[in-house]
Write a protein of this length. Structure first.
Length: 658
């Protein structure tokens, strides 16, 4: 471990040129601005456990505080310095003792705060590592995003400054320390010359005749400067020890406004690829530097998430359908539909809804949506009644409303409901095809899928604050995590059609390449560091990855720091219940992902998942057995507790409780 930490420190030193120097060292230059943060710097201590703010002998700021404490403090930019003159924010970070939350606020007088959440409540990496912030793309860009309402008075900067919020999270993990120690140093702003891109979709995975497993990733680096630069590349192997990786070329000159292609190649030796378990994964971080410019390291960056590249051993059993049920389940589903009264009623319900869809023109809404939850009367706090475009009537006062409480056209909010209805209808069409083999239903589902393939990426990205900068970037809803809750119905519909012969292999590949995979990739690229939101994105990535056999999506969902087990571990311990809206959304999604993996041959029905189920029973208010019956039905097949059987109800797709 000590050697690993030393190597990490050495790499950080080489890449930044300042990693082991005091945070107030005079290393500013035209390309970088060091923000004084040492013991003699102007530190505005704003709120929280300020007594625990200290500095060590090297000049790094250290905050060691008991579990549950928070602290808020700021450092002001040097005179006449501006955030707008730089493209990247960087600082070195170390967290010890267990999970923590780190937020960064970029504050400028007269402007909205730009909010970053580079470290969430899941266990951080070991040792010192460098955080990168894309100053052009915050997680939020709002006037009222504060960790605590009473802190609003502290966000009154009269000079540009960077503000930190540390939270010593109580996770409930057995190995956590009673305190957290969070350290930062070398807070600086960097001029940005490069734009590093991997589209998240394109890669190759091949097992060589020798048995060696090889992944390759294409990366494009653009030179956004007005003069030519020679770019150096390297590949950091930050998680794992069995794989090797290279990037080619190692150096290349790029003219102003031009770009160059690089290829990262990851290799797992044959003897390991045959013996390691399914979902074994290692991660590599591509890094690019402008030669002659210190601290110019850049990578694939989304807000404050540096996108790394995986090598993963994929499941062998990935026959479609795999999301809601497996191909071996289809005979039992058809038997229940044909031989049981309750199965017939449920199946006929799908068919009835599908027939209703076919009676319409199957035309999707022409344009983006905003937020279904905002379709209400602000004065009377009641859902509106839609009477046509521009006509949104309050059923209490009778008046017509034009905009929601944020000033957004209510037509956009209602359109979100229309999109959601199309997604659900597409899934019903696919289920109706499964039950009847009537091609009217499969063709109807494909008609909708084709329209979204052709239209979705032509619609503008939206954000909660109506800017184009932040990471929400939804199209049929303003946020990707909200889209994930609804749009997964389209992936499920495609999975059913693919597994039952309802779509040709050629058209299936086209839908995957140009619609289903790119949507999930776009969702995972803009990650939501809030667990109930992130889990919606993770579930969508897993469903798409298993359905389409897309290894990077499966790696993200099962082996990244946003994977389903990390989320489960947090939700099933400490603050999981009070901080995550009970279990109304989280627990069912955990069972949804666990069932998918089980059908792929991976059993993760563990004690943490069972604990989540008990959490639903005791802490969800009000408890709704019908809403959770599918999860209890699934649990009744894997856990011996008789209560799960009592709460489970029969289901055409999942069968009967034992």
């Amino acid at each position: 471990m000590k050697n690993a930490i030393f190597r990490l420190l050495l790499l950080s030193t080489i890449s930044t040129g300042v990693a082991i120097l005091p945070s107030n060292a005079a290393l500013s230059s035209p390309d970088r601005l060091l923000i004084p943060t040492g013991p003699n710097a102007e530190c505005e201590k704003l709120d929280g456990n300020l007594e625990k703010l200290t500095w060590d002998a090297s000049g790094a700021l250290v905050w060691e505080a008991p579990i549950g404490d928070r602290v808020l403090f700021s450092f002001t930019l040097p005179n006449e310095a501006r955030f707008g003159d730089y493209g990247l924010g960087k600082f070195d970070l170390k967290i010890e003792g267990g999970p923590a939350d780190v937020m960064v606020f970029i504050e400028q007088p007269g402007q909205k705060r730009r909010v970053y959440r580079p470290v969430d409540i899941i266990s951080p990496r070991e040792g010192w590592y460098t955080i990168h912030l894309d100053l052009r793309q915050p997680e939020m860009n709002v006037a009222d995003a504060v960790p605590n309402a009473r802190w609003e008075s502290f966000f009154k900067a009269d000079r540009p400054r960077v503000t930190f919020n540390f939270w010593s999270v109580k996770s409930g993990y057995s190995e956590e320390s009673p305190t957290r120690q969070i350290s930062i140093r070398n807070v600086r702003l960097i001029k940005r010359y490069l734009d590093v891109r991997w589209n998240g979709c394109d890669y190759t995975s091949k097992t060589q005749p020798t048995g060696e497993l090889v992944f390759t990733y294409p990366i494009v680096v653009a030179n956004n400067d007005t003069k030519s630069h020679r770019i150096s590349s390297r590949l950091e192997h930050w998680k794992g020890r069995l794989c090797s990786g290279t990037i080619f070329p190692t150096s290349k000159a790029i003219a102003p406004g031009d770009s160059a292609s690089f290829t990262a190649t990851l290799r797992l030796p044959a003897d390991r690829s045959q013996t390691l378990p399914v979902l074994y994964c290692e991660w590599f971080l591509p890094v690019f530097s402008v030669e002659g410019v210190p601290d110019s390291d850049e990578g694939i960056l989304r807000s404050s998430d540096r996108i790394d590249l995986p090598l993963i051993i994929m499941p062998k059993r990935l026959e479609n359908p795999v999301i809601l049920f497996g191909p071996d389940d289809i005979p039992d589903i058809l038997k229940r539909y044909r031989t049981t009264d309750w199965g017939k009623r449920e199946g006929d319900g799908y068919i009835k809804q599908a027939e209703k869809m076919l009676q319409g023109d199957l035309k999707i809404p022409d344009g983006p949506g905003w937020a279904a939850a905002y379709y209400y009367c602000v004065e009377h706090r009641t859902p509106l009644v839609y009477e046509g475009p521009g006509k949104h009537r309050c059923p209490i006062g009778g008046e017509y409303r034009k905009t929601d409480f944020m000033g957004v056209d209510l037509d956009l909010n209602y359109r979100t409901n229309q999109h959601a209805a199309m997604f659900t209808g597409t899934k019903n069409l696919a289920l109706a095809y499964l039950l009847t083999k009537d091609k009217r239903f499969s063709e109807g589902a494909l008609t909708i899928l084709r329209q979204y393939r052709d239209k979705y990426f032509t619609w503008p990205c939206l954000n909660l604050d109506a800017s184009t900068e932040t990471i929400d970037k939804g199209r049929v809803q303003f946020a990707k995590y909200m889209e994930a809750m609804y749009m997964i119905n389209l992936t499920e519909a495609y999975d059913i059609l693919k597994g039952t012969g309802g779509v040709s292999p050629r058209e299936g590949r086209d839908l995957e390449k140009n619609f289903i995979i790119p949507i999930s990739v776009e969702m995972t690229d803009y990650r939501m560091n809030m667990q109930h939101r992130q889990q919606a994105i993770t579930a969508n990535a897993l469903a798409t990855g298993l359905c389409c056999g897309h290894a990077p999506l499966v790696a993200f969902a099962t082996a990244s720091d946003k994977n389903y087990l990390s989320i489960r571990r947090y939700l099933s311990t400490g603050d999981g219940v009070p901080n995550e809206h009970g279990y109304n959304n989280d627990m069912p999604r955990q069972f949804y992902m666990t069932a998918m993996l089980y059908r792929a041959g991976i059993d993760t029905y563990d004690n943490m998942l069972q604990r989540l189920l008990w959490g639903t029973l005791w802490w969800s208010v009000p408890f709704d057995p019908k809403k959770f019956s599918v999860a209890y039905l699934d649990a009744s097949k894997h856990y011996p507790d008789p209560l799960f059987r009592q709460l489970a109800s029969r289901n055409l797709i999942d069968g009967e409780a034992p």
